[in-house]
Unconditional design. Structure first.
Length: 268
């Protein structure tokens, strides 16, 4: 697949752009973006999925590692080198925006470890901001799949209002079901969601957020989206049923390899 259908360069920024932050020094899986399957690195799979989204007019990979920079340039992506001192992908994206290299009004943060992200979800996050002037940030949630996931602190839960705005995010089992809940529960009907790490920011909001210090709740739960809520920013959510499986460990990567090979056999 080529990238010719997507305009590139600072002079052709549209309303929406995607930035994919990628770093080499992952704690649980060092070198993760460059893990290879069928002569493509993991990061290329992410980039190719982003290319399939309709709204973005520009897609940039942001990294602090020369190896990732070189790999991205080799497969044809636009890539920018950023400071190695950033604490999060959001800060890495903010550097690119504040430098004047990117002028889009809506910036979608696509995680560099989600090679199966649905391009429609990228468009859905952007659409939330394009359609709702009251929203500062947009993100996606998906129904909790099981009781184990509900109780798992690594599965971040999102508490959402009736008008789809985020009320809170937590590693705890929230909202707490006082009457009890079991494995057979319909989590979707109960409105119990897992948060997905896909964000869309308005340009000004991104810069304001990145300049703000870590908040009290953010430090407690280790969730940066709580800083946004404590700042009074409004986070609009949409529900997706196409939750991608991110790659955090070697086991996750091997599961991805298996899924890709199974899909290839099915196509053949």
């Amino acid at each position: 697949m080529g990238n010719e259908r997507k305009p590139r360069g600072g002079d052709c920024d549209g309303a929406v752009a995607v930035v994919i932050p990628a770093r080499f020094a992952s704690t649980r899986l060092p070198g993760k973006p460059l893990l290879e399957l069928d002569d493509k690195c993991l990061l290329q799979y992410v980039w190719e999925q982003a290319l399939l989204a309709e709204f973005p007019s520009r897609i940039i990979i942001a990294t602090d590692d020369q190896r990732i920079f070189d790999a991205a340039a080799d497969f044809g992506a636009e890539v920018q080198m950023t400071s190695p001192d950033h604490q999060s992908g959001t800060d890495r994206i903010a550097e690119i925006v504040s430098s004047g290299l990117l002028n889009a009004s809506v910036i979608v943060n696509v995680q560099g470890d989600e090679p199966e992200i649905d391009p429609c979800d990228i468009d859905a996050a952007a659409r939330l901001l394009l359609d709702d002037a009251a929203a500062d940030i947009a993100t996606l949630v998906t129904p909790i799949a099981s009781l184990d996931e509900y109780r798992n602190p690594n599965a971040v839960k999102a508490v959402v209002s009736g008008d789809s705005y985020a009320l809170y995010f937590s590693r705890a089992a929230v909202p707490f079901v006082r009457d009890g809940i079991d494995e057979a529960a319909d989590f979707a009907s109960l409105g119990i969601y897992r948060h997905l790490g896909l964000y869309a920011y308005r340009r000004a909001t991104l810069l304001e957020f990145s300049r703000a210090p870590q908040s009290r709740l953010e430090k407690l739960e280790k969730l940066e989206q709580l800083r946004a809520l404590e700042m009074g920013l409004r986070i609009k959510t949409a529900v997706t049923l196409n939750a991608p499986a991110g790659i955090d460990t070697e086991a996750d990567f091997q599961a991805f390899v298996k899924r890709k090979k199974t899909k290839l056999k099915t196509i053949r």
